[in-house]
Ligand binder design. Structure first.
Ligand code: SAM
Length: 244
């Protein structure tokens, strides 16, 4: 028996991996994040113990995983996106490794590329962007980001958990020399039926995104301008309505 750190994907329940779904359907214990689709939680066997992670701090979650794993139960720790991308999956894996409890990481579809893709934004594009820089809004608020380096980094900038910091981050990037006319987008609840996209320039994106619900991903760079031509969001939403 093992503890499986499983990526649930970005929101749309169909975007979990086949292996993740198979493990979920046969677990004894499920520990899941708030962002995980309820449809996926419902896939756990009826007799399984389902625990929402929000009731506990990270230390307690680590202890639960170690305790249930050491007891020989089949444990699925279902995490939004990919477990190892801004998901504290590394901390859980370290706790299990240190306790000698066998575990396996089952990669998931991270919001990193899938959420922009669902909004028609390719993170890289030949001749437009060949570099991606990924940061968190929390790191900006914590003073951990070199804003001058970010402002001059070529290519695409992706900000996780960046909605609250967006007005200050966008202003700081412009002050540090990033062109205020750089295309920028905020994708809210990407891949879900109520996905919403605010799109404009870096100088105006904070105003345009005001009121959008989280989770949201910020994308800054010339690739954002490709979305209009690709027209994917409209097609995707229409396809969903037709299928319903
Ligand atoms: C704690 S991080 C978890 C990231 C996750 N491990 C991954 O690989 O996507 C949560 C942040 O991911 C982004 N995010 C996750 N799902 C999203 C979605 N469906 N639409 C937009 N952003 C999303 C948001 O920036 C959100 O605040």
């Amino acid at each position: 028996m093992t503890v499986f750190l499983v990526g649930a994907g970005p929101g749309d329940p169909d975007l979990i991996t086949a292996r993740g779904l198979k493990l979920l359907r046969s677990c004894d214990v499920l520990v899941y994040d708030r962002l995980v689709a309820p449809e996926l939680v419902a896939e756990a066997p009826h007799g399984a113990l389902a625990i929402t992670r929000e009731r506990f701090g990270q230390e307690r979650v680590n202890e639960l995983l170690v305790a249930y794993g050491a007891a020989g139960l089949n444990v699925v720790r279902l995490k939004g996106g990919d477990p190892f991308v801004f998901g504290r999956g590394g901390e859980e894996a370290l706790a299990l490794a240190r306790a000698g409890v066998p575990f396996e990481v089952v990669p998931g579809v991270s919001a990193l590329a899938s959420v922009p893709a669902a909004a028609g934004i390719p993170l890289t594009h030949r001749g437009v962007s060949s570099q991606v820089t990924v940061v968190t809004g929390h790191a900006f608020d914590g003073g951990e980001l070199d804003v001058d380096a970010l402002a001059s980094a070529p290519g695409t900038l992706v900000v996780f958990m960046g909605l609250a910091a967006l007005p200050r981050l966008a202003a700081a990037l412009v002050t540090a020399g990033r062109d205020a006319h750089t295309p920028a987008a905020v994708i809210s609840r990407g891949t879900l039926p109520d996905q919403a996209v605010a799109s404009g320039t870096l100088g105006e994106i904070a105003d345009l995104a005001e009121g959008l619900p989280s989770p949201a991903l910020v994308v800054i760079g010339e690739v954002v301008a490709l979305a209009e031509e690709l027209g994917i969001p409209e097609k995707r939403l229409r396809a969903r309505v037709e299928a319903a």
